[in-house]
Write a new protein. Structure first.
Length: 72
């Protein structure tokens, strides 16, 4: 096992690779991942609003700016 002090000294690319390996080891497979019913309900509602023209998609840059403004 690598000590935290050793981890802090690793080059960024090594840290990123270790993070990917760690994430892959704890991420559930699609079969193991169960989406809660309330998530499905929210997505269904949002999809309906899009179809009815009552909502629209926002590009990622605009969404990030709105989030930054809201939290600062």
């Amino acid at each position: 096992m690598i000590a935290l002090d050793e981890l802090r000294e690793l080059p960024l690319q090594e840290k990123m690779r270790m993070m990917e390996v760690l994430w892959e080891s704890i991420s559930p497979t699609e079969e193991e991942l169960e989406v809660p019913q309330w998530h499905k309900a929210i997505l269904d509602e949002r999809e309906q609003l899009i179809r009815e023209g009552k909502a629209k998609f926002t590009d990622w840059e605009t969404a990030k700016e709105r989030i930054r403004t809201a939290i600062s």
